[in-house]
Design a protein. Structure first.
Lengths: 133, 133
DNA sequence: CTGGATCCAGCTCGATACTG
DNA sequence: CAGTATCGAGCTGGATCCAG
């Protein structure tokens, strides 16, 4: 709301148009539309999570990818990083308001994934079917 | 529906859990959570689009990436590919029901991007601020 | 524990050429 | 127009080491 006209009459690609027209929007979209970023956002959720917790909970993510994406998300103001000056160090990550907003859409995507899971599985099998004669 | 328990009591990462527990879900998520796939879904929208139209409308996408992602989306049953046996050939792409479902969530992400655009821009500037003394 | 830096194998992607 | 195949530069990402 606010800046966006949102005609809604017959323009069926308004959102995509905005991504096309605005290079900053496109840049943000590119940052955010990757599996590690979305998985991190989703995994933090409502909680306060520590680096190692995330590392353990996100299967397959490497130290480097986690660090890198965490920095990127922090830079974009999607997560907040709190350093506790203890020893050993303790660093907490939480979602910001913007982060929670994104999380809502990722929730939708997770939901979608599970709704169409078997449908997609079928489609794959059909597509991958041997070209037997 | 069906296979998903969905407690809803205090589990704040149920969606992420499902992505973690189910390797197929994770695989689908990984396929779909990339910028080109989402941009293609969003650009097709409600319309019937041709290869070259998509190529022209999605700024920065290469012939190869478009082909590759189109195949992947078709394999997952998210888009339908229709070949018209004319000359020159004409191939139409439309979203399937599953594709439209995904599109809805991408719409949400586009919307989010624009809602938090200036917020994110600010956060970036703060983060990138020169470490002047 | 957190995280920066480096090394390098492997994959990604763009360019190009070729088919129907 | 749509699509496949190939090649090579460059980026990605995992492993590892070091530091606070």
């Amino acid at each position: 709301m606010g800046t966006k006209p949102l005609s809604g009459t017959e323009n069926d690609t308004d959102d995509a148009d905005l991504l096309r027209a605005d290079s900053l929007a496109r840049e943000i979209f590119s940052d955010v539309a990757n599996k590690w970023a979305l998985l991190i956002i989703e995994t933090i959720g409502d909680r306060t999570r520590r680096f190692t917790e995330l590392r353990n909970d996100i299967e397959g993510i490497s130290h480097k990818m986690l660090t890198q994406n965490l920095r990127m998300l922090e830079r974009n103001g999607l997560i907040e990083r709190t350093v506790h000056p203890t020893v050993p160090p303790r660093v907490d990550y939480t979602l910001t308001e913007a982060g929670h907003g994104l999380r809502a859409t990722v929730d939708g995507m997770c939901d979608w994934t599970h709704r169409f899971l078997s449908h997609i599985d079928d489609a794959r099998r059909r597509f991958d079917a041997p070209v037997n004669g």
